[in-house]
Write a protein that binds this ligand. Structure first.
Ligand code: GRG
Length: 299
């Protein structure tokens, strides 16, 4: 793997980390948060700005790079994707869901701010994500492209994406956890946002419909593999992912096909992801490396 990928991802992470506070603080009378005596901004800030890997913004940029998108157009849409992701983590950790005590190596949001504020912070980030896309459509991004992003992100988050994937996850017991059901859960709760991230880069780079269609299977397979690696890391040692959950991870491929089977599956999914990039030839080198990097991650 060339050094180009780690360097690109570090650059994107730094740019996203630098941009998120301003995007969140928009409209604040003080121009910054937290505001004294106002409980929600601080909770939203903690949910969004606690140290994450910023993997999905990385994918927005790598996909954008493939299609020659201008970096200044990618930044805010990439931050919008990260906002939906951060909201999903806050919700996922709630006592009524995974009942996590830690996230990103810190106390879970509901542990420090209360369950009420954790829910409101998540709602705030979801709403803000769409606000950011609207504002991008009024400044750096063509309005039609911004609307396209809004629609794709809404699809990824909603009834056939994160929310429904999580609902299926919560309601699937060991007995119903067939291979197909697990694939559906993972494709929705994790894969859908990876697909949206890759589509974002493609749309912003002006990809043709055929090209957009080719990055979708790449991102879906990378997202599925990412979730299985996450489950493998959690099953080895919960500390590795920075999350400690009281709810036993119910439907996972690790439990369904065992550790070795899950590792084979990650390998297969990564191969499928890379195959999907064939039409792009050498231009897709960074995306290929990205799939391998995520397959081999240890945290
Ligand atoms: C936001 C509309 C909306 C609904 C949320 C709770 C929920 C519905 C979905 C749960 C989705 C979820 C948390 C899936 C797990 C995905 C996953 C492997 C998360 C860990 O991602 P990393 O490793 O985390 O990128 P960091 O902390 O690095 O950002």
């Amino acid at each position: 793997m060339s050094r180009a990928l780690p360097e690109t991802l570090a650059r994107v992470r730094d740019a996203v980390d630098a941009r998120l506070p301003a995007l969140l603080a928009r409209g604040s009378p003080a121009g910054a948060i937290p505001e004294p005596g106002d409980p929600l901004p601080g909770a939203a800030r903690e949910a969004l700005l606690s140290p994450g890997k910023r993997v999905r913004p990385g994918l927005v940029f790598l996909s954008g790079d493939l299609f020659g998108a201008k970096e200044e157009r990618l930044l805010d849409p990439a931050c919008a994707v990260e906002m939906i992701h951060a909201a999903s983590l806050a919700l996922d950790d709630l006592p009524s869901m995974d009942d996590a005590t830690t996230r990103r190596g810190r106390p879970a949001l509901h542990a420090t701010h209360g369950e009420d504020l954790a829910i409101l912070a998540a709602v705030t980030l979801i709403v803000r994500a769409f606000g950011v896309l609207a504002e991008a459509g009024l400044s750096t991004v063509r309005p039609a492209a911004a609307l396209d992003l809004v629609s794709r992100l809404a699809d990824a988050a909603g009834l056939w994406g994160l929310a429904s994937g999580q609902a299926l996850d919560l309601r699937t017991g060991e007995a119903e956890a067939s291979f197909d059901r697990l694939e559906t859960i993972h494709a929705r709760k994790t894969g859908a946002l990876f697909v949206a991230a890759a589509e974002f880069g493609a749309v912003l780079g002006g990809a043709r419909p055929k090209e957009l269609a080719a990055v979708r299977p790449y991102a879906k397979n990378v997202g599925l593999a990412f979730q299985i690696v996450d489950d493998l890391l959690e099953s080895l040692d919960q500390g590795r992912t920075g999350k400690h959950a009281r709810r036993a991870p119910a439907p996972t491929f690790v439990r369904h096909v065992g550790e070795e089977g899950a590792r084979r599956l990650v390998q297969e999914l990564t191969l499928h992801a890379v195959e999907a990039l064939e039409p792009f030839g050498a231009r897709a080198a960074l995306l290929r490396d990205f799939a391998s990097l995520l397959r081999d991650r240890t945290s």
